[in-house]
Design a protein around this ligand. Structure first.
Ligand SMILES: NC(=O)C1=CN([C@@H]2O[C@H](COP(=O)(O)OP(=O)(O)OC[C@H]3O[C@@H](n4cnc5c(N)ncnc54)[C@H](OP(=O)(O)O)[C@@H]3O)[C@@H](O)[C@H]2O)C=CC1
Ligand SMILES: O=C(O)C1=N[C@H](C(=O)O)C[C@H](O)C1
Length: 247
């Protein structure tokens, strides 16, 4: 498969370029970064792109890729329901083209999200703390948003109400951002890569589920696995879990 990487000079994009170069059956034929033309997609007969760019530009990239029938594996964050609906519309006009968007391509993060959803119905309280490097464009992280949505859905399904919180006065931001009723706290600290804790609590006990990406190499196996199947998954797939057998 002929692969192009968008965001090729970025922190994750450069790791993906190295991984694609070393992967059997994949050929890195285009490296695109800010200011470069997407004409290279047609010129180099790119079959699939990997996008790790910026939430502000990813939709423009995907509109062009889908219009040209180029499959896309997307790690860039910033997808809400409105963006996903727009993307589904574009894909309807380009049958056979596949787009996979994953808030997190590391296996541990996917498992952390699954474990958090599994635990959620059993605890009264739940909060999420995500910790990242200070050059990150968005807050909270895409992973934290997705985790909060999964936890909230699991709580709703179990008939649980809002987690108790008797705070009657607080400094703005002290209780984090409210994502689907789940407080999410974002730390930006030099030296960190990508980390998250889901803290659950009930009477007399807490459960903390923590995941750490210590190196951006943690994202590349999931990206390569996605590239290998994207050609046979037309339409939109959201989440790496759909490619894994998690039981
Ligand atoms: N799903 C996952 O597993 C992961 C997702 N991410 C997400 O991926 C995205 C990128 O993260 P990261 O690599 O750390 O960020 P970086 O800023 O290091 O890399 C982004 C790169 O994209 C470039 N770029 C900007 N605009 C365009 C454009 N229109 N076309 C092509 N390239 C462009 C940037 O150039 P310039 O700097 O000149 O603007 C930069 O080189 C973020 O949204 C992040 O949250 C990150 C890690 C894992
Ligand atoms: O910007 C990052 O670094 C990361 N972004 C993704 C997110 O927002 O969840 C994935 C991971 O947390 C690293």
């Amino acid at each position: 498969m002929r692969v192009g990487v968008l965001g090729a000079r970025g922190k994750v994009g450069s790791a993906v370029c190295a991984a694609v170069r070393g992967a059997e059956g994949l050929e890195l034929v285009a490296q695109v970064d800010a200011g470069d033309s997407l004409d290279v997609l047609a010129e180099q007969r790119v079959e699939a792109v990997v996008d790790f760019t910026h939430p502000d530009v990813v939709m423009g990239n995907l509109e062009r890729c889908v219009a040209e029938g180029v499959h896309a594996v997307v790690g860039t964050t910033g997808f809400d329901e409105e963006r996903l609906a727009t993307l589904r519309g574009w894909l309807e006009d380009s049958p056979g083209t596949g787009v996979l968007i994953a808030p997190n391509f590391s296996i541990g993060a996917v498992l952390m999200m699954r474990f958090a959803a599994l635990a959620a119905p059993h605890y009264e309280s739940v909060e999420i703390v995500e910790l990242h490097h200070p050059d990150k464009a968005d807050a909270p992280s895409g992973t934290a948003r997705r985790t909060a949505e999964l936890v909230a859905a699991a709580r709703r399904e179990a008939g649980l109400g809002p987690a108790p919180d008797a705070t009657s006065t607080a400094l703005d931001g002290a209780r984090g951002a409210d994502v689907d009723g789940v407080p999410v706290h974002a730390l930006r600290v030099r030296g960190l890569v990508a980390h998250q804790e889901v803290v659950l609590g009930g009477v007399g006990e807490t459960l903390t589920i923590r995941h750490d990406s210590l190196d951006r190499a943690s994202f590349t196996p999931g990206v390569l696995a996605s590239l290998r199947v994207i050609g046979s998954r037309p339409g939109l797939t959201v989440g790496l879990e759909h490619l894994l057998d998690l039981g």
